[in-house]
Design a protein around this ligand. Structure first.
Ligand SMILES: [Zn+2]
Length: 90
């Protein structure tokens, strides 16, 4: 199998293809994206949504500018801007 030249090219391609995967992690995405799927009973507590229905309590940071106004039909929290709800910055 005199294909050592070809395999060198393939190795290079593999290395190039691996690089974009390290950019998948993006912590700048909106917080809402981090709300886990499934059945959760979120309640807002300060700047967090706290889930008490899971065996392990967990929380999602929503920050000072968001407020939970309810749950949608899938049980996911509906977040709104505080300024939208109160008309001005609280
Ligand atoms: Zn939960």
């Amino acid at each position: 199998m005199p294909s050592y030249k070809k395999s060198t090219t393939q190795e290079k391609l593999l290395t190039e293809n691996e690089e974009p995967e390290s950019e998948v992690l993006n912590f700048e995405k909106p917080d809402f994206e981090f709300i886990p799927k499934g059945n959760h009973e979120f309640r807002q507590q300060g700047f967090y949504l706290i889930c008490n229905s899971c065996e392990l309590q967990h929380a999602v940071w929503i920050g000072p500018k968001k407020i939970m106004v309810g749950l949608d039909k899938d049980g996911r929290p509906i977040l709104k801007d505080r300024i939208e709800v109160f008309g001005r910055q609280a």
